[in-house]
Design a protein around this ligand. Sequence first.
Ligand code: IPD
Ligand code: CA
Ligand code: CA
Length: 273
Amino acid sequence: MNEPLPDLKIALEAARKGVKTIKEFKNKKLNTREKGHHDLVTDADFATEAAVLKIIRNHFPEDEILAEETEAHEKLTDARTWIVDPIDGTTNFAHDFPVYCVSVALWEGKQPKVGVVIEVNRNEEFTAVAGEGAFLNGEKISVSDTSSPRDAFLGTGFPYNDLSLVEPYLNLFRHLMDEAQGIRRPGAATFDLCCVASGRFDGFFEYSLQPWDVAAASLIVREAGGLVSDWEGGDDWLFGERLIAGNPSIHKMLKERIDQFIPEPQRRALIKK
Ligand code: IPD
Ligand code: CA
Ligand code: CA
């Protein structure tokens, strides 16, 4: 791989430092608490966020920050903004279940410019720069070419605390269990999306996601040739809490199934949020 561009270089440096910080907690007793219903946070989340942000602030003191544990807010300006999830998959991490990631994104003009997601246990580094393609450990990746719904291997997530759509969501699952090849819930949305980017999953959908869950990995999906949208097929997926990603065929199929099983009137409360 050529020498990474400066923003990517710093994003990678920060994410790698995040991974190192998480690993330092491996054999320590973790302080864990619930910040919301079923929504865990540990001292590793705070330490990792601090380590990642320190590197970003050292290099880019003027840039804005949106980070899950200490810099969460609900707006994005046109300015350069780093969007950070220090541990995506905290529940997995707290239970020593091996899927959790550090996610670092740079947005500017309300568009994603750089995305880095590192899965800690497999040390898989997913990277993308807008217009430059997507990579896993320096090798170019692309979405799958599966087009038949019955061959589709899908990822999804279960909401932690917003259960407002659970009944229609379960009906959708019931249908997809029969129609698709398989559905998985790894427990880290950043990883789910990177699995779409690398062709492991053909598609992914979830609701109740936050900007730091999707800011980096959605760029990686797009740069790998995939589509990312909200459930209406539009662009309200960063703050919109409802997302579909996939190769173009399976993205279309998932949008149709969501329209069928969770029609718009049922999801209106989510859209207005
Ligand atoms: C969570 C994970 C999970 C998703 C949740 C997220 P966290 O992030 O991405 O897969 O289902 O909605 O909140 O809390 O572990 O950073
Ligand atoms: Ca997350
Ligand atoms: Ca997190």
